[in-house]
Design a protein around this ligand. Sequence first.
Ligand code: MIC
Ligand code: SF4
Length: 644
Amino acid sequence: MGKNIVQKILDAHIISGVPGAGCEVGIRIDQTLTQDATGTMAYLQFEALGFDRIKTELSVSYVDHNTIQEGFENADDHAYLEIIARKFGIHYSRPGNGICHQIHLERFGVPGKTLLGSDSHTPTGGGIGMIAIGAGGLDVAVAMGGGPFFMNYPRVIKIELTGSLKPWVSAKDVILKVLSVLSTKGNVGGIIEYGGPGVATLTVPERATITNMGAELGVTTSVFPSDEMTRAFLNAQGRVHSFTPILADSDAGYDGHIPMDLSTIEPLAACPHSPDNIRTLRELEGIAVDQVLIGSCTNSSYRDIMTVAAVLKGKTVSSGVSFGVACGSRQVFEMVSRNGALADIIASGARILELACGFCIGNSQAPKTDAVSVRTSNRNFHGRSGTMSAGVYLTSPETAAAAALNGKLVDPRDYFSGTSHPVIPVPETYLINDNMILSPRKASGDVVVYRGPNIGAPPSNEPCPEDLQGVVTIKVGDKITTDHIMPAGNRLKYRSNIPKYAEFVFEREDAAFAARAARNRDAGLHNIIVAGESYGQGSSREHAAICPMFLGVKLVVAKSIERIHRANLINFGIVPALFMNPADYDLLLRDEKVSIEGFRIALIEGKPVQLVAATRRPSLRIDLTDREREILLAGGLINSTRQR
Ligand code: MIC
Ligand code: SF4
């Protein structure tokens, strides 16, 4: 039998293990990317692991998340990142250059290569035919040092696209449709491969919108073929030499098959507070809107911004709507500035925002109390916007622009009826100006590294204890995201100061958690987190594991745990366990004393354990590979690497 695209790329990169769904394989990583909010810790770990230069084909450090610079902390991180890049031979994209995923697609992505990024939306690179995976910063540090990335060989689900999109429907609606079918739960261990005749109707930036938000499905990544559209994009980026065709063999096998006719997709929105809470715009019509924000790594390409400019031209944003636009990269910003489209956006009343994550990560543009906010980004988790009472609707740029002009949610087909959908031809050449990317030709180890006072060493952990003597320090429900565990927004500036950042663990769930956990830790008790389904959804931020580790958390017991977060827990020596019987979740109570005799031995022997609580003993599964077991016994990856 022939191979699908995922098999073609992965199999060419396997260093250890045997391909077979669910088996752990180690793959060679060709490229890495980091962003400042996860990158600072990743490079501190790269240093702690003792590497002296990168061993990848290309590693890029972007500064796009913490650009608010309220206080000295963010700027200190930027200075550290710039010097560290020079020291180790890493490309450095300076603040102001734009959002990592958009720039990587434009300037560095290469079909058929593997990309590991310390950001969960790294799968954006799947739009150009890469196997692009999000991971914790420590895994990226190891990959930069030439180590393999370990993952379960995936189940590959094919989404067979036919037809073409109707006017006023766009790529965002495609991924919202996929989310309505697959939801955010239960897709761990899968990769989505797009195929079928509909693929040829989508440009690379449109494909990248789809693979970007594929992260919300919880799959390992998503990938499109590399075809004539890919060649045209690379050619327009002055990089046609990077093009290789990658198509699935006609007799390739898949583990699942979902047909999707593009011509039947309608304008959709993800309603508060989950990216899979999908409704059609016609169902939502009439809801008054307070804020509209266009941008983020999902929808800020040249095509998106030009479309928005065309529909805003000559019109004014509705009163009562705060409207902001952020281009994804300086390439886009400079192009729309030079061709006049930006002037149309400005004239409509838009607030022009910095080329950065900004509102998407909740560090600016928090909406008003009880606001309805319409955004083109990819996550609408409760509280992520910075306003706890706000509800965020995720839509396409077309739908967002219609809401901004109308002051209410409306189907863009109705609002713009009688007007034709702007046609934005793919530019023959994009404007290429890489002067904000510092490209060291080789590592220059002798530079003096700058470390501001907020930058501390990565914290260490002790080996796994013989017995667990602890307490259920918090009990949380289903779909707890890493935003719930470790808020970003106005807390972001503490990313390189773990003792300080740890004060905010579960801040929005239970503000007293951190103090309670620290008291337990200091009294010699182990902290335990009890959770429902899909614990740790969302971002790749390893701080959602490092900070609980710092507070003495040793065990997470959940109904299910998401991929990147599970890997991060293991990397920092926190044991991820699952209830054998999910109904046992109901029996455990917060503040209950619990213990596991022979915890360490059970890990070594790979046996289920019993959590001894006051009146019951739920059985827990701790499924680990030998590699994961070694890491947990040592108390985390840094310890186990040093031991080796
Ligand atoms: C996100 O979109 O949640 C982030 C902020 O980009 C995170 C990374 C981080 O927390 O720094 C992600 O997606 O991994
Ligand atoms: Fe930045 Fe938002 Fe994209 Fe995360 S999802 S990388 S915060 S733009």
